[in-house]
Design a protein around this ligand. Structure first.
Ligand code: 16G
Length: 535
């Protein structure tokens, strides 16, 4: 084994003395430096599969919303969730081995310390987004898998959530799972969520046209395919796709996409919708979604992850009640970036509990599993709903006592099929929002008027050493550098409805400062002053 790994590894040498880290969302983003990392992550994927008795592990090659020249890699665990946190350090360890000799030593150390039976057959599935560097990185990955004798299936170009879906499907085909998550094909994915969408809209008015900006990424062909499965002639998904230039890789995420819209607070130039028309943006690998519209006076209005979370949580709460189910706990998970008004709306108006976690999907997902119906969204549009085992069995076995309850129950069952529980999924979330707006009889304006965001500001601060910034309380308070939090607190105290925090970015070499206050000018001033304290 060692000799075949070394032979393959020589084709993917480690560049210089660069240090890599498997972080919040895998290893990303890096430019032209990822070949050896992907090779080594491939070795780990096979080990992970062997450790879990041959369960299927996913490897996704993508750098999400980042610039086209970057790329990244992340592992998907058997139920379609992010790699178990304790294994991130193993990925980092392999990625940073200085030479092949050290790589083998670390690889063998993992086998013995994790008590892995190296003769267990490993199975890995992989996919990539539309970036130009994708195919070469797939070669690095498959070279690694071949060198250790792992069986693999390459699914070509997929959205990140589609790969998560496939992993979960493949691992739930057999007992102890009572039911597979879905048919483990791309077509199975479209049929599952498209079918649930059609069911939820049966007998309802058509949603009308929506403009979707696909960030010039993989979301464009996949949304088109989904729309075809749903059927153009049904008229229930009348989607106008903009920014679909996947054959021009340099256009990926350029002046478009969910991250652009959220950070710039403006529509992508290509999205020319009329006032009050629904628009949405996906990111480069289609795991984030934001909505927006322009008001009658032309003002841009963003409906971000917080607005999606509140919409979804209120709909699920109503549906559970209407079905006559009383013992399911619905809750919402947010991060420190959630607008204070959204948190107040969830707790006071919807009467639901909120948990705040550190940034990064794995933290939100984990916290959401504490509820029966756990709705989680980051403000940037990344999120989904997870249903507990108890929720699944309660809903499946519930006997409705009236036609109204029966219809709500049917909708609830379809809703579970529509939602990609494995991970935040922009395509599934898009259909979910469309369904809810139709059921509520709302346009974007009615949705937007549920609560008003507090003015806020997010700034990126270049610092000498971002690792000096350590936080607590779900990243809302700094414990290091010592004394900085006291200064932030005293600034915040001067502003009506003021709130601010600073945290080290997990993906860039910078610290992010977020602020909120009752007035726009005050929120901006507060952000500036906190940034001055941090730098
Ligand atoms: C990653 C995370 C995203 C988070 C962002 C924060 C995943 C799949 N993605 O993109 O959820 O919002 O990092 O970036 O977990 P930051 O640490 O640079 O602010």
């Amino acid at each position: 084994m060692a000799s075949s790994i070394i032979e393959a590894s020589q084709k993917h040498p480690r560049p210089g003395d660069r240090t890599f880290a498997y972080g919040t969302a895998g290893v990303s983003p890096y430019r032209n430096l990822l070949d050896s990392v992907v090779f080594r992550v491939g070795l780990l994927a096979a080990l992970r599969s062997q450790k879990l008795n041959g369960k299927t592990i996913g490897v996704m090659i993508t750098a999400s919303h980042n610039v086209p020249e970057d790329n990244g890699v992340k592992l998907v665990d058997p139920m379609g969730e992010m790699l178990e946190a304790s294994w991130e350090a193993h990925a980092t360890s392999l990625a940073n081995a200085q030479n092949d000799h050290e790589l083998i030593a670390r690889y063998e150390h993992l086998i013995s310390s994790l008590k892995i039976n190296a003769s267990t057959p490993a199975h890995v599935i992989l996919a990539k987004d539309t970036r130009e560097s994708g195919p070469a990185l797939v070669t690095a990955l498959t070279d690694a898998l071949t060198s250790v004798g792992a069986k693999y299936d390459d699914y070509g170009i997929l959205t990140t959530p589609q790969l998560h879906y496939l992993v979960r499907c493949l691992n739930t085909q057999h007992p102890p799972h009572s039911e597979p998550y879905g048919v483990p094909t791309e077509e199975g994915y479209y049929k599952k969520i498209g079918g649930a969408y059609a069911k939820l809209l049966q007998g309802k008015p058509r949603p009308g046209p929506i403009t979707v900006d696909c960030a010039n990424g993989v979301g464009a062909p996949k949304l088109r395919a989904l729309a075809e499965y749903i059927g153009k002639d049904t008229g229930i998904l009348d989607v106008k796709i903009v920014n679909d230039l996947v054959d021009q890789p340099s256009k990926l995420n350029y002046q478009c996409g969910a991250d652009f819209v959220k950070t710039q607070q403006r529509p992508p130039p290509a999205s020319q919708a009329s006032p009050l028309a629904r628009c949405a943006s996906l990111d480069g690998d289609a795991d984030r979604l934001v909505y927006y519209f322009s008001d009658s006076d032309g003002t841009f209005r963003l409906l971000d992850g917080d607005k999606i979370a509140t919409l979804v949580a209120s709909f699920i709460t109503d549906l559970v009640k209407s079905a006559g189910i009383s013992d399911l706990k619905v809750g919402v998970v947010q991060t420190a970036y959630a607008n204070g008004s959204s948190t107040a709306y969830i707790t006071k108006t919807l009467g639901l509990p909120v948990i705040c976690t550190p940034t990064g999907v794995k933290h939100l997902h984990h916290a959401a599993t504490k509820f029966d119906c756990g709705v989680y969204f980051e403000a940037n549009g990344h999120g989904t709903v997870v249903f507990s085992h108890a929720a699944h069995t309660t809903i499946a076995s519930h006997s409705p006592e009236s036609p109204a309850q029966a219809s709500a129950l049917e909708n609830l069952c379809a809703l579970i099929n529509l939602i990609n529980e494995a991970v935040g999924d922009a395509l599934s979330d898009l259909l979910l929002v469309e369904v809810i707006l139709v059921h509520k009889g709302w346009g974007p304006k009615e949705w937007d008027s549920t609560y008003t965001d507090l003015p806020n500001r997010l700034v990126r601060v270049e610092v000498k050493d971002r690792t000096a910034f350590k936080t607590t309380d779900a990243e809302r308070k700094l414990v290091e550098p010592v004394g900085v939090q006291e200064k932030v607190d005293s600034l915040v105290g001067k502003y009506k409805q003021g709130r601010a925090f600073a945290r080290a970015s997990g993906t860039e070499d910078a610290v992010r400062v977020y602020s909120e206050a009752a007035e726009r000018g005050e929120a901006e001033e507060l952000a500036r002053l906190v940034a001055d304290v941090v730098v």
